[in-house]
Design a protein around this ligand. Sequence first.
Ligand SMILES: Nc1ncnc2c1ncn2[C@@H]1O[C@H](COP(=O)(O)OP(=O)(O)OP(=O)(O)O)[C@@H](O)[C@H]1O
Ligand SMILES: [Mg+2]
Ligand SMILES: [Zn+2]
Length: 452
Amino acid sequence: MAKNKVEFVCRECGYTSLKWTGCCPECGNWNTFDEEVTDKFNKAKSSANFVQPKILKEIDFDSELRYDTGIDELNVLFGGGIVKGSISLIGGDPGIGKSTLLLQICSNLANDNKILYVSGEESSKQLKLRANRLQIDSENLFILPESDMDSVVSSIKNIKPDIVMIDSIQTMNLSEISSASGSVTQVRECTYVLQKIAKERDISIILVGHVNKEGNIAGPKILEHIVDVVLYFEGESKFSFRILRVVKNRFGSTNEIAVFEMLKQGLKSVNNPSAVLLNERPNGVSGSCVCSIMEGTRPILAEVQSLVTKSGFGMPRRMCKGFDYNRMSLIIAVLEKRAGYFFGTLDCYINVVGGIKLDDPAADLAVALSLISSLRDKPLDDGLIAFGEIGLAGEIRSVVGVEKIVVEAKKLGFNKIIVPSNCMKNISKVPESVKIIAVDNIKSVISMVFNV
Ligand SMILES: Nc1ncnc2c1ncn2[C@@H]1O[C@H](COP(=O)(O)OP(=O)(O)OP(=O)(O)O)[C@@H](O)[C@H]1O
Ligand SMILES: [Mg+2]
Ligand SMILES: [Zn+2]
């Protein structure tokens, strides 16, 4: 018998070490090492049988390759529907709506396909309760409250479903592995088992993954490498908005998002997110500026709010919600050096309304303008929107998707659009009653907007 080897595995990144260490040399996290017993030798040996490679030309290919989830926005994220035989991962914070989405997908797919829903977290009754709320009832939907992988595998062999949902991968457990459910080894090995079944039997599998405090899927990054598609839920569970983002897709673009609203009947796609995000915008208040960023192939307009106040302590406070902290520091530095506005003794707070995250540099200009607006206590024009990346020299750099942004802004009633001058060539037609203002450096934008 091969001797079992004891090693220590980092829960966050999957780094292995023969000795226990407090701090992971790979990802720098503390106290993340778990002891795990592996029998690597056996595994390597068992997988060493020969398989004849096939000629590409001779591989069978059937045209009915994708499942329609019944939710158009979701189909787009999957690149046109869930690919048959693929394995996908949906991650997100606790309570954000992962199980809800899964059950909704089930309801649509169960019309023509057999589905097995494995829940390691909830009992059949709890699932039924949710299904009732979502008004889902189907004869093709099988519920299995189970966390033991062996029984899951035998159920799959028995029921022969087309699609399998695993809620969640962290609760699944392979009995031959001694470490606890949710540990790196368990998560990884369970995923391998499922991946093998998916490819062998042409079953599509969707996994739910929990995220850790950094917002990554708990367990190693390796999970993201094994699966074909990775979708992340973003948003605050206190807000009703949920953004589903593609992080990886072997069968489609990773440039897409879908916006949903959480209602009693489940997640409903929001067709015009910008209108909803700007719904409660106060008029004539300083520190508010609307920006536009491209989320994948579509523009999203959102309100950035800043509050700049005198600091009560020696060390000014800086806080960001929905915007990158370091990016804010950079913008403040540029405003000090290139435009002559000083924030040294001032607290700065930035908030992006609606729980959405702006991680596109196109939001820079709106952040800068909202900061100056609050600093000077001068409201911006209500019909104004601004976008553009700010460079270290104070220059306003071009961004993508300008034409679409202009159309969207006009649709939502904005009539003054500040755009980087280098983008002007990309605007073929300026809509009626809209004034486009081309700008190329931060100092001139500020003097133009605030008449100084
Ligand atoms: N009656 C209801 N009306 C509106 N929203 C509800 C209702 N019941 C539940 N919800 C929403 O559903 C969310 C929980 O959804 P769900 O159980 O799908 O999340 P999850 O991501 O699977 O959570 P977990 O990580 O705990 O498994 C709640 O946060 C709440 O927003
Ligand atoms: Mg759940
Ligand atoms: Zn690590």
